[in-house]
Design a binder for this molecule. Structure first.
Ligand code: GDP
Length: 367
């Protein structure tokens, strides 16, 4: 493209090569008088927000810009990948602005989990992670659960100010905003331009009734999320779509579980006991003896132990071992972005293997 085109909706530079990136418009649209990027097109015509990808620098600039605004910050996390989708350090960027914490995808957790218990758990985790939200809510953006409550809470806490919605990629931010859009706006031209100081990036503002705006900030990439290490086609294997069915394993010492070829769990010592696995129903779990585990992985990763796919093995990071001793009852062993294993009694010694770069940790049990 020799000539430079600008989107009339948000002012971003138009490009015609990369569909998922900022400023994309199909080549055919360049012949039109008023050129509009695909993201603005969808927002205008379908009242739908579309994801785009950005560099880490852009994200940092956006986060830095938040502190200079007088606004309510709505932070979305994925309740299935709470730690992986957390966005550490957000409190350092937002200045004095209040943060409303919303846990999305509540439909994935077993029905037996009480929302209030989960909210209390989120409050406690938030506190430990250094964040004091003004309130904590649960929603299912996909199923539309608790959207009215979320809209009401946003209206209450924004006290006539703008609202900035932040979250890392894949938490369901677009789905959430599209739901909220349906609640708060009618049809009509919803595009306006917002400009963060120090960036060339224009961000979409959705006008609210009192002249203020709901601002969609681009999804921030958390590089230690499992999703970045697997083939896009396998995302549906690791990302649950329906309520997860916990699988209980009675393990003897020196037994191993493989979660596809993506992660491994060694039960080292602590007597025979049960481990409750909370993973996508599509992930295959294989049990073997600890002494055979190395060999099994080497021979079968990419085949029986999949994902990763065979053709992807060269680029797939090696599994790294993390050892833990469970000191408290009701503890979750978290495989960031993949799921977790709940242990009810203290005293177990375990080892967790996840791809290099992906986090593994212990936390107080969510369920
Ligand atoms: P974004 O990257 O944060 O904007 O996330 P998207 O809105 O594109 O959603 C990411 C993925 O999560 C998609 O596959 C959605 O279908 C899914 N998703 C979004 N909200 C929910 C929800 O409430 N429950 C479930 N189960 N999935 C959801």
């Amino acid at each position: 493209m020799s000539e430079q085109y600008i989107c009339i909706g948000c002012g971003v530079k138009i490009q015609t090569e990369h569909k998922d990136e900022l400023g994309y418009a199909p080549k055919s649209s360049l012949e039109k008088e008023d050129i509009i990027c695909q993201r603005c097109f969808r927002l205008k015509h379908y009242n739908e927000v579309q994801d785009v990808s950005l560099t880490d620098d852009d994200f940092l600039k956006i986060l830095n810009g938040l502190g200079e605004r007088d606004a309510l910050i709505v932070k979305i996390v994925d309740i299935f990948d709470f730690n992986g989708s957390w966005l550490p350090g957000l409190h350092r960027f937002v200045g004095k602005n209040p943060i409303l914490l919303i846990g999305n995808k509540v439909d994935l957790l077993p029905h037996s989990v009480k929302p209030n218990k989960l909210i209390n758990w989120m409050k406690q985790e938030a506190k430990e992670l250094g964040l004091k939200p003004i309130d904590v809510l649960l929603v299912s953006a996909d199923k539309g659960h608790f959207i009215k409550e979320a809209t009401d809470a946003i209206e209450k806490y924004r006290e006539g100010k703008d609202v900035y919605v932040v979250g890392c990629t894949n938490v369901g931010k677009s789905t959430f905003i599209n739901r909220i859009l349906k609640e708060v706006t009618g049809e009509g031209d919803v595009i306006t331009t917002s400009h963060f100081p120090g960036t060339t990036l224009d961000i979409i503002e959705i006008p609210l009734a009192d002249g203020k705006s709901l601002v969609d900030t681009p999804g921030i990439i958390n590089h230690h999320q499992m999703a970045h290490y697997i083939d896009k086609r396998d995302l549906k294997v690791i990302t649950p779509k329906k309520e997860i069915k916990p699988k209980i394993y009675q393990l003897n010492e020196a037994q191993t579980l493989f979660f596809g070829g993506l992660a491994r769990f060694d039960y080292i010592s602590g007597g025979r006991r049960s481990f409750v696995c909370h993973f996508s129903n599509n992930i295959e779990i294989h049990r073997t003896k600890l002494e055979k585990a190395d060999d099994l992985y080497e021979r079968h990763v990419g085949e029986m132990l999949t994902p990763p796919r065979k053709e992807q093995l060269e680029d797939f990071p090696p599994l790294v071992k993390h050892e833990f001793t469970i000191k408290e009852g009701k503890t979750d062993i978290v495989f960031s972005g993949l799921g977790w294993i709940t242990v009810t009694e203290p005293g177990a010694k375990v080892a967790v293997y996840v791809p290099k770069g992906v986090h593994a940790m212990l936390r107080k049990s969510l369920i």
